[in-house]
Design a binder for this molecule. Structure first.
Ligand code: NAI
Length: 340
């Protein structure tokens, strides 16, 4: 009898701790935008998410009302653009996704967005540092190479910086690389893992084809492929002809990264995603942040993998990358120092 009760209590406790561990609130800042809406939709479809908080300077409650009718378990709430709305949206969050800000128009680089997006991201980071300093912060707003350092500076100024919890979302570069390689080789993109390192714009995006399934891709074909991966975003900006940049593929990429973090937080081992984080790899080249393969875990960043063996061609790409990336990072840090 005693043994039976003990067993019952044990299974009850186990059930309780499993569900407690799986309570995952995800907050989207910029939820009614081109990325924000499909990203929120995909998070609503993710069974690991228990609560979804949707905030935007306009339209958050409308998107939330719409998404809340989808018959999955999570609770959805939209928030108005007031300081208390933003605070409530963030309180208790495990993951905060930031796709707030303006996207590119044809002819613009990601750096051209700096003047508008730097202050948007700075202010949202301040709110997150106050309301949920332990949450994982996933920065999508461009220029990622600068907006991630901006968040780090804000968290440092508030004494709550945890480098293991800050991520620049570069997943779309990885998604594109695997898709573009599969188009050339006639394979299933699900089987094509291409590591992309560096940053998230132009020449700072460095695909390591020598480490992929197809180190044989060479010459002009390789140059074209690398260029397409580095400037794939421009294809979309041009095709949308002034109506914005990648939104649907970005939403998929953001949702994939959030799912990887949730999965790792809930105990799955060996979850690896390339992402732009506070990294020791190129600090000696003034790049305090660098994207490489990162193993995720319950504490966020578990392990930053080395770049590994690269060929001469990729060494040159990395040289070009760090020159630009160091400037982008400096620009973000300087911005916060001048505009705290
Ligand atoms: P969008 O203009 O369609 O949506 C942006 C949303 O942010 C709007 O709903 C706007 O109301 C909202 N917003 C603006 N200021 C805000 C604030 N202070 N607080 C909360 N919400 C605010 O733009 P889209 O296409 O969704 O792009 C968003 C950002 O994502 C851009 O900076 C874009 O460059 C970037 N992006 C990043 C990618 C990546 O791979 N990391 C890929 C594609 C875009």
């Amino acid at each position: 009898m005693f043994a039976a009760r003990q067993a019952f209590n044990f299974s009850q406790r186990r059930a309780f701790s499993a569900s407690a561990r799986q309570a995952s609130k995800v907050t989207v800042l910029g939820a009614s935008g081109g990325i924000g809406q499909p990203l929120s939709l995909l998070m609503k479809l993710n069974p690991r998410v228990t609560e979804l908080a949707l905030y935007d300077i306009r339209g958050g409650p409308g998107v939330a009302a719409d998404i809340s009718h989808i018959n999955t378990k999570s609770k959805v709430k939209g928030y108005d653009p007031t300081p208390s709305g933003l605070r409530e949206a963030l309180t208790g969050a495990e993951i905060v996704l930031i796709p707030a800000g303006v996207p590119r128009k044809p002819g613009m680089t990601r750096d051209d967005l700096f003047n508008t997006n730097a202050s948007i991201v700075r202010d949202l980071a301040k709110a997150a540092a106050d309301a949920c300093p332990d949450a994982n912060l996933l920065v999508i707003s461009n220029p990622v190479n600068s907006t991630v350092p901006i968040c780090a500076e804000i968290y440092k100024s508030k004494g709550v910086y945890n480098p293991k919890r800050l991520f620049g979302v570069t997943t779309l570069d990885v998604v594109r690389a695997s898709r573009f390689v599969s188009e050339i080789k006639g394979t299933d993109p699900a089987d094509e893992q291409v590591t992309v390192v560096g940053g998230h714009s132009g020449v700072t995006i460095v695909p390591l084809l020598s480490q992929s399934n197809h180190p044989d891709i060479a010459g002009e074909q390789r140059d074209e492929l690398v260029n397409r991966i580095q400037f794939g975003g421009d294809e979309v900006v041009k095709a949308k002809d002034g109506a914005g940049s990648a939104t649907l593929s970005m939403a998929m990429a953001g949702a994939r990264f959030a799912e990887s973090l949730l999965k790792a937080a809930q105990g799955t081992k060996g979850v690896i995603e390339p992402t732009f984080v506070d990294s020791p790899l190129y600090k000696d080249k003034n790049c305090d942040f660098f994207a490489s393969r990162v193993e995720l875990g319950p504490n966020g960043v578990e392990k930053i993998h080395e770049i590994g063996k690269v060929n001469l061609y990729e060494e040159k790409l990395l040289d070009a990358c760090v020159t630009d990336l160091a400037k982008n990072i400096r620009k973000g840090v300087d911005f916060v120092q001048a505009n705290p």
